[in-house]
Ligand binder design. Structure first.
Ligand code: CA
Ligand code: CA
Ligand code: CA
Ligand code: CA
Length: 365
């Protein structure tokens, strides 16, 4: 029976500090038997270049690995900083990041994020006598790997089995292969889909109002990060609202006066969303008003006075221009409505009887 080795105490103790990143596999001793140890796939065996550390993002969102450091043992033990993960290095949720010592990285590595050090000695991973440190950008040690707890000359990697949650064992203990950089122990890929982390909604150009009858406002959703695999969103307004409708492309159309929150929700299953409030005015009037009954007015065109031929109980007379702007209102209908001060043009008159709205369109000479 082959021995099982575990570093879980150290690693799980550090996991709470890292939060999202764990070490899933380490190859510090690639085999020097022909090309058996050619983990980076470049057709050359090199002790340093073919060494690698495989990280895994345990969280449900993208992990920013920028600035994380790989230390070849602690400074107190004569160790050195060997590699700083470059800015802009992200790992998808459930995905892997592999750092090789060097060489020409050849292969798909499960479409994982793969890097190589720019150090002449790679990561300088020894078979024994040292602890590899992973520090966050603040210099805090968040992960460690102690090769002494494992055997000194495995000629293969150490991997968790099962991946992610299991204890470390020699890779070939339960599989026919010696290592699996970027893939699970059985060679199948980890997740590679980057997800949405933030959405910011606004009206086009920052607009937050609609003030024309039946007017529209194109809503915009800024989806971050831009490298998310699915940056599409679904638009919605609260069910039952009578203020506006929104199309699949985010075009908001006014249907009434008031305010409405317009929401964009990511389509990638993260549930990330954002909303913006839009204020809508000058609706319920104009030519498209569906609930208004036509009313006869005379003379039309009018010059001085305008009279209404309709129900005797009409009141609340309002006159708007065609942009929906309220120009005048009156309750006095006995002697006709004075329109002398209106400029030449076409106007909308609206009145109600208490039970019903009425509308007329007239010209001013
Ligand atoms: Ca190689
Ligand atoms: Ca070393
Ligand atoms: Ca060896
Ligand atoms: Ca692996």
């Amino acid at each position: 029976m082959r021995k099982y080795y575990t570093l879980c105490c150290i690693l799980f103790a550090c996991l709470s500090m890292s939060g999202q990143l764990i070490i899933n596999e380490v190859l510090y001793d690639p085999s020097n038997d022909m090309l058996e140890g050619d983990a980076n796939g470049d057709g050359v065996y090199d002790q340093e270049e073919d060494s690698f550390i495989e990280f895994y993002n345990t969280s449900t969102t993208n992990f920013d690995a920028s600035g994380y450091e790989i230390w070849d043992d602690s400074v107190a033990n004569g160790g050195q900083l060997r590699y700083v993960i470059p800015a802009g290095t992200w790992v998808p949720p459930g995905g892997a990041l592999v750092v090789f010592g060097g060489g020409t990285l050849t292969g798909s590595f499960g479409n994982a994020v793969v890097l190589k050090t720019d150090s002449a000695v790679g990561m300088n991973l020894n078979n024994s006598g040292e602890v590899i440190l992973i520090k966050d950008p603040n210099g805090q040690t968040v992960l460690t790997f102690d090769s002494d707890a494992l055997s000194n000359n495995p000629n293969e990697s150490y991997t968790r089995n099962p991946d992610i949650t299991g204890l470390f064992e020699q890779h070939a203990d339960n599989t026919p292969i010696l290592f699996s950089p970027g893939t699970k122990i059985d060679g199948t890929p980890f997740d590679t889909v980057f997800v949405v982390m933030d959405i910011s909604v606004q009206g086009q150009g920052g607009a937050s109002t609609i003030s024309t009858p039946g007017g529209t406002l194109q809503m915009e959703a800024i989806v971050m990060p831009t490298f998310a695999d699915d940056t599409t969103v679904s638009w919605s307004v609260p069910a039952g609202n009578v203020v506006a409708t929104v199309s699949a492309s985010g075009l908001l159309t006014a249907t009434g006066n008031g305010t409405v929150w317009v929401t964009a929700t990511a389509n990638d299953g993260t549930g990330i969303s954002d909303s913006a409030e839009v204020t809508i005015t000058n609706q319920n009037i104009g030519l498209n008003e569906p609930v208004t009954t036509s009313l006869a007015v005379y003379p039309n065109p009018a010059n001085d006075k305008l009279f209404i031929n309709g129900p005797a109980n009409l009141s609340h007379v309002k006159i708007f221009n065609l942009s929906g702007q309220l120009l005048m209102q009156t309750e006095d209908l006995q002697n006709g409505i004075s329109v002398a001060n209106l400029q030449k043009g076409i106007y909308i008159l609206k009145a109600d009887s208490g039970q019903e709205d009425f509308m007329a369109r007239f010209s001013k000479l």
